[in-house]
Design a protein around this ligand. Structure first.
Ligand SMILES: Nc1ncnc2c1ncn2[C@@H]1O[C@H](COP(=O)(O)OP(=O)(O)OP(=O)(O)O)[C@@H](O)[C@H]1O
Ligand code: NI
Length: 323
């Protein structure tokens, strides 16, 4: 469901994030173009190491120092990659917030959960300690960490994994961000906590927050996302509406992902045999692709469709017939 008037909130163009490591370069994000619409829920999926978290961190200006970054990330027209650290701090947490992966490692063990949740508020919104505490109590209630009065002064070690995950959501939204980027919010938590997180995200979505969810959890995506971006080896290989994607994924890698789901018979995607060819400039998936043709030795562009979808695969190039 899209409104007729679409506002772009983030516009990523030709984004490259490379890590020089000893004699080689890890091309974690390698030419990503994506527009993110205001109030949409975008899921970023793809196998481990495909660059999802690095892309998410780039949107927050939270990349580690050992990488090189190129491209443009426009947020309301400003290129985030050219802002100073001070300027970025006005946006991070307040406008664009991050819910990190691995709740246990993400919290400061020597600071109370309440103070951590309150930090974005005290940085950006409110200096009065009593008012901040009241806001944190409301947030704890919202994420069902109850009774909030008994939990607010606890340290992270006394929380379960699910409670920590919910605390991280509370921390993420405490500065009233416009965009929330959540890295694997449903990973490693039990079904009850997963339902709780899904409910929270649903409420946020209804409030109009733009959600970018990095995940491996396809059943969750199927129930939740408006659009899906599939990453493979640092590149987006398919961007589709949720329904269209699950009804008929286009890219051979996306098809493989859905076929590997238990309800579709758990067919694994074959692994590549010619690893050395993966980085030689052609389609990176071709060594694993059952549809590969000679032309796949040339890198395919992201081919746009009239409905806003796009797929990076020569099989969909309509400029000339492909056998
Ligand atoms: N600080 C770093 N230094 C060097 N390489 C890195 C660094 N951070 C990430 N990478 C590399 O970048 C690539 C992409 O990593 P990323 O964490 O974005 O993958 P991912 O898709 O989020 O995987 P997962 O699903 O396992 O979380 C990987 O090859 C990873 O090893
Ligand atoms: Ni990741």
């Amino acid at each position: 469901m899209r409104c007729s008037k679409i506002t772009m909130i983030l516009d990523v163009q030709q984004l490259y994030v490379h890590f020089p490591v000893s004699s080689t370069v890890i091309r974690a994000v390698d030419g990503v173009d994506i527009n993110i619409e205001q109030s949409e829920t975008l899921a970023i999926i793809g196998e481990s190491g495909s660059g999802k978290s690095v892309l998410g961190l780039a949107l927050l200006g939270l990349l580690p120092a050992n990488c090189t970054v190129n491209g443009v990330i426009r947020y309301h027209g400003n290129n985030l990659l050219t802002l100073s650290e001070n300027e970025l701090e006005m946006i991070r947490g307040r406008k664009i917030a991050w819910v990190p992966q691995n709740p246990t490692g993400a919290m400061n063990p020597s600071m109370t959960v309440g103070n951590q949740i309150g930090e974005p508020i005290s940085l950006h919104i409110e200096k009065n300690k009593t008012k901040i505490r009241k806001k944190v109590l409301e947030l704890l209630q919202f994420v069902r960490i109850i009774p909030p009065e008994e939990r607010i002064d606890s340290y992270p070690y006394s929380f379960s994994g699910g409670m920590l995950q919910r605390s991280l959501v509370a921390m993420g939204i405490s500065g009233h961000p416009e965009v929330l980027v959540a890295d694997e919010p449903t990973k490693g938590i039990d079904i009850m906590n997963k339902q709780a997180i899904t409910y929270l995200l649903r409420v946020l979505r209804e409030e109009g927050i733009t959600l970018i969810i990095i995940t491996h959890d396809l059943p969750f995506v199927q129930n939740f996302a408006d659009r899906i971006a599939v990453m493979y080896s640092g590149r987006i290989v398919e961007i589709r509406g949720r329904q269209e994607f699950f009804d008929g994924p286009l890219h051979p890698y996306s098809r493989g992902l859905l076929r590997s789901l238990p309800e579709n018979g758990l067919h694994p995607i074959p692994s590549g045999t010619e690893d050395s060819e993966e980085n030689d400039g052609g389609c990176r998936f071709r060594v694993r692709c059952t549809f590969a043709i000679e032309r796949c030795r040339i890198e395919p562009p992201l081919i746009p469709f009239p409905d806003g979808s796009a797929v990076r695969c020569w099989l969909y190039d309509r400029r000339e017939k492909v056998a």
